[in-house]
Design a protein around this ligand. Structure first.
Ligand code: MN
Length: 139
């Protein structure tokens, strides 16, 4: 909704990354919900509806790939874009990430500009996907 802050679910177990990403997003007009693990993220999604999810790949209990598969298999959540936070964004890894349910990724170490660009592009793509294909012409 316009005027409302977009809500980001940040799934990250590394303290420094969590603080950094939360700071960047808060300063740029986002509301941040935090989860320490994939299991916690799935619990949060039972009662909360974020606009986008940032998912670390290496997490305790359940890795980010598994958590993403579970989240995307749920009708209620599958439209929520999920971006991987990954230190391993080498050639070839992008395809692996995208083939496993993610809508994109942000490479670590996090670059502020890149993070904000990827998030806003994903949110815009989601909005456009929800719109009707053509506007009726005004007569
Ligand atoms: Mn981690």
């Amino acid at each position: 909704m316009q005027g409302e802050k977009p809500k980001v679910l940040l799934v990250e177990d590394n303290y420094m990354n969590k603080v950094l990403v939360k700071e960047i997003l808060t300063l740029n007009g986002y509301e941040v919900i935090e989860a320490q693990s994939g299991v916690e993220a799935i619990k949060i999604l039972a009662t909360s509806r974020p606009d986008i999810i940032l998912m670390d790949l290496h997490l305790p209990e359940m890795d980010g790939f598994t958590a993403t598969r579970i989240i995307k298999s749920d009708e209620r959540n599958k439209e929520i874009p999920i971006l991987a936070l990954t230190a391993s964004a080498m050639k070839g890894d992008e395809e692996k990430i995208l083939s496993r349910g993610f809508d994109g990724y942000v490479a670590k170490p996090i670059e502020v500009k890149k993070l904000l660009e990827v998030i806003s592009a994903s949110l815009n793509a989601k909005k456009e996907g929800a719109k009707p294909a053509a506007q009726p012409s005004a007569e």
